[in-house]
Write a protein that binds this ligand. Structure first.
Ligand code: GRF
Length: 188
């Protein structure tokens, strides 16, 4: 009981299919978890990940107009539900300096590359094109610069000769799932 009450409350921001979200939800339901997923916010009405929130009866909200309205809504909900940590998981918008200043809790992001290499989009394609030997994923704090905040956890794998952007993405996604949990538990 005590553990349940002391679990940190997380809000997850998504835009897409939500495999990271689903993985965090599943882990959070284990007794050993130090956190619970309290809220899910999406900037896309059709984000596949919303179904995981629904299935698990997690409060979820859609703000699919301007990013300013998303941020305004998010600020209110974060305060209302006393959220401790925000996790961006496939959230495809850049949060404004205003939001980052206003929200006084840690904001984490997961990026599918070995940062500082390959910031931005299409990382797997670029990793293969550049003939990198390794790629991976990084969980980091969010700051005012894209994919540039302090690293929390980084995991790497070898890029195989036969890898396509799709096969590499699939293998890295599995690593992402482990890395996100490790990173959250590390900062708690
Ligand atoms: C992940 O590869 C994440 O690193 C990137 O977007 C993808 C989201 O996947 N930022 P999912 O929606 O969690 O399945």
């Amino acid at each position: 009981m005590e553990r349940l009450n002391s679990k940190k409350k997380i809000a997850v921001f998504i835009s897409g299919k939500g495999s990271n979200l689903n993985n965090l939800i599943k882990y959070s339901q284990l007794n050993k978890s130090l956190f619970k997923i309290e809220l899910v916010l999406s900037n896309k009405a059709n984000a596949g990940g919303l179904k995981f929130a629904e299935l698990n009866k997690i409060k979820n909200y859609i703000f699919d107009k301007e990013i300013q309205l998303f941020e305004k809504g998010a600020i209110k909900l974060i305060s209302k539900f006393k959220i401790d940590i925000i996790c961006l998981a496939g959230f495809m918008r850049i949060l404004s300096p205003y939001f980052l200043k206003e929200v006084k809790i840690p904001i984490l992001n997961i990026h599918p590359s070995l940062l500082p290499k390959l910031k931005g989009l299409n990382t797997h394609e670029r990793a293969i094109k550049a003939k990198y030997k390794y790629s991976g994923c990084t969980v980091h704090f969010v700051n005012n610069e894209l994919d540039s905040g302090k690293k929390i956890v980084q995991k790497k794998i070898k890029i195989l000769k036969k890898d396509t952007p799709r096969s590499l993405a699939k293998r890295i996604l599995k690593l992402e799932h482990k890395a996100y949990i490790e990173a959250i538990e590390k900062i708690i």
